[in-house]
Each structure stands twice: as structure tokens, then as C-alpha cells.
Design a protein around this ligand. Structure first.
Ligand SMILES: [Zn+2]
Length: 353
């Protein structure tokens, strides 16, 4: 960590919310939480709670760790003549691997300078789908380290996105460029959904697919997803890349944001799917695939609408699709059994069961 900090801190401007030193600590906190989730089945960690805050978790875990629980390596691009565009495109995502030894799984994470820079610069108080702040000012005053907790939450979800590519999809930092175009979109929809499932699990909340008596959403899950909306790094990165302002780039970001909103909505209602993707029809309406079934929106997507319009559209679509999906689960016992058992099996592959 000392090296990482020493190399990176030189020349970094304070982003206005978290100082660079604390931001580096957020990475190590996120990796501790991630590594702990993947080690829960090891005897040494039995009884530890993920539901506690970051400070408590760190003090609980530290005495139990035998050697390393995770490693964080930092790399800069050393090749010459790479412009900002090439760095934002090809030298951005980190690497991740999980190495078992006798007592614990060690999580190894390689972080690129470009990702660290953009994610630090892009950090901001959590904002809604369309742009308004999620939490009022009291939250920042009343809860110590709330912004750091948001940063940890964001980093964690990014770690889990990488984990999904690596563990489920056979995609890593050495071959991802082979899977461009539609394959990239498909793999990212799935990795986003998996990262949401892993995110709530990281805080001790199981993602479920069940038909409870009550349809009330889980407030803690909603809060975790809201806290996650605290970074503009992909907007910053898009500014450096060609084609990102094109219709395709705009449509893709809209589809991805809305898919994430819908998956968070479903998870908060205990309707966690194992597959979700979202498409724009020729009429610019939504066709959303959930567990292999397709759900449709009546209204056109506000692709160029203002923030309020986009947020209201997201809410309306998520609510109606969630009701329809729940109806499908209710009406078809085989579909329900398959949906809940495939989620159980998925968790085994992800090592969180
Ligand atoms: Zn990805």
C-alpha cells in the first residue's frame, strides 16, 4: 500500500470530497470486505459478521488473518506514445484472481493508474439515475465517514464486476478485447447483475428469489444501491474515447443504467434474477429479458430527456416489469422453482453459498 500511495499521490488534486490518502484506504477496506465474503466458509472466519460497518469489520478481521487475505498491485502504463484515448480504452480495467491456500482464499487485485485516477476524480455524493442527489445533507453530517462508505461500496461493486467476468465468463484482462461489440454488451449486462448480487452479499444480506407474503422492498438494499451511485468515472472516461457521443454510445449507456436500476429494484424486492438484459426496440421502447422471459414497456424511452423525466421513466418501468415478473413466478410453479434453484446454484459457483 505504501508504494501505491507514494506513486499515486504526487500530482493528484483533491476531488473535494475525500482526500487521496483516505481514498487509497477505501480500496483496502473494499478488498478486505470482498476477501472476507469469499472466505466465509473457512473455519478461521466463522462467526464474523458482514452486516457491521467498515470500521468494525476491519477490526474484527485483522486478528484472524493468517498472512495475506488480499493483495493490491498498482500499475502505470509504461509504454511510450500512448495518448489519453488509448489509456482510457485499453489500459483501464484491472485484473483479479483468487488463489486458494490451506487456510484461506487470497484475492489478488491489479489496479491500473487510469482507473484509480478516473474513479477518484469522478467520485461525488450519490446521485439518482437522472442527476439529483439521493441523500440530504443531514446524512453526511450525522454519519461518520458516509462518503468513504459510499466510495468503498462503489469500489466493491467494481471488484465484483471483474470477478464475474473472470469467474463466470472466462474473460480477463488478457483476452477481453477479443469479445467486443455485442459480446461486450451481453457480458457486461451479466457482470453488472452478478456484481449487484455480490454487493448486497458483501454486507451480509442474501440476494433471494422468493415469493414473500409482503411485497415491501428491503430498505437496506435500496440504501446500498443508492450509495453506489457515487461516481462519474464512466462519463469522464467516455469524454476521452471516440464514438462515445454517438447514438450507439448514448443508447448503450441508457440501456445499461436502466438495466442496473431494474436489477437493483428486483433484488430489493427479493425477486433476484440470474439473467437480465435490456434492449431498445425499433420504436425505442424497452424489451427487458429476465431469466429468459421478455418484458415490454408501453412508453418510449426518454433517451434525450432531462434528469427528472429519465428517473420517473426508470421507476415506472422497474415497477411494472417487477410486477409482471412476480406474476410470472406466481403463476408458473416450474418457472419459480427454476428461478430460485438457479440462483442457489449460481451462488455456489460464485463461492458465496
Ligand atoms: Zn465489464
Amino acid at each position: 500500500m505504501a508504494n501505491l500511495w507514494n506513486v499515486w499521490k504526487v500530482g493528484v488534486d483533491h476531488n473535494g470530497y475525500i482526500d487521496p490518502d483516505s481514498y487509497v484506504k477505501c480500496w483496502s477496506t473494499a478488498l478486505t470486505r470482498a476477501a472476507f465474503l469469499l472466505n466465509r466458509n473457512h473455519e478461521a472466519f466463522a462467526g464474523l459478521r458482514l452486516s457491521v460497518g467498515n470500521d468494525v469489520l476491519l477490526s474484527d478481521v485483522t486478528p484472524l488473518v493468517d498472512g495475506e487475505l488480499f493483495t493490491l498491485e498498482y500499475s502505470e502504463v509504461v509504454r511510450k506514445r500512448l495518448d489519453e484515448q488509448a489509456i482510457a480504452t485499453d489500459f483501464f480495467y484491472g485484473s483479479l484472481s483468487l488463489e486458494p491456500n490451506q487456510t484461506q482464499n487470497i484475492l489478488r487485485f491489479g489496479l491500473r493508474k487510469a482507473f484509480l485516477d478516473y474513479s477518484y476524480e469522478g467520485f461525488c455524493p450519490p446521485m439518482r439515475f437522472g442527476g439529483q442527489e439521493y441523500f440530504d445533507e443531514r446524512k453526511y453530517v450525522e454519519e461518520d465517514h458516509f462518503l468513504e462508505d459510499c466510495a468503498v461500496n462503489y469500489i466493491l461493486r467494481n471488484i465484483w464486476h471483474n470477478y464475474a467476468h473472470r469467474r463466470l465468463q472466462n474473460i480477463n484482462d488478457g483476452n477481453y478485447w477479443l469479445f467486443a461489440g455485442g459480446a461486450r454488451h451481453e457480458s457486461d449486462f451479466h457482470a453488472d447483475l452478478i456484481s449487484s448480487i455480490m454487493l448486497v452479499s458483501s454486507y451480509g444480506i442474501p440476494a433471494l428469489c422468493s415469493l414473500p407474503k409482503s411485497e415491501v422492498a428491503n430498505d437496506r438494499i435500496i440504501e446500498l444501491f443508492r450509495m453506489n451511485k457515487c461516481n462519474q468515472l464512466f462519463v469522464l472516461r467516455a469524454q476521452q474515447r471516440p464514438g462515445s457521443g454517438s447514438t450507439d454510445g448514448t443508447h448503450w449507456r441508457f440501456r445499461r443504467s436502466l438495466a442496473n436500476y431494474i436489477s437493483g429494484y428486483l433484488i430489493s424486492k427479493n425477486l433476484t434474477p440470474t439473467s437480465l438484459s435490456l434492449h431498445l426496440t425499433d420504436e425505442q421502447k424497452i424489451a427487458c429479458q429476465i431469466n429468459g422471459r421478455y418484458f415490454f414497456s408501453k412508453n418510449k424511452a426518454p433517451l434525450t430527456g432531462g434528469s427528472k423525466v429519465r428517473y420517473e421513466y426508470a421507476r415506472e418501468v422497474a415497477s411494472s416489469i417487477s410486477n409482471e415478473f412476480r406474476g410470472n413466478l406466481n403463476d408458473d410453479a416450474n418457472f419459480y422453482n427454476w428461478s430460485s434453484s438457479s440462483l442457489r446454484e449460481l451462488k455456489k459457483v460464485l463461492l458465496i453459498k
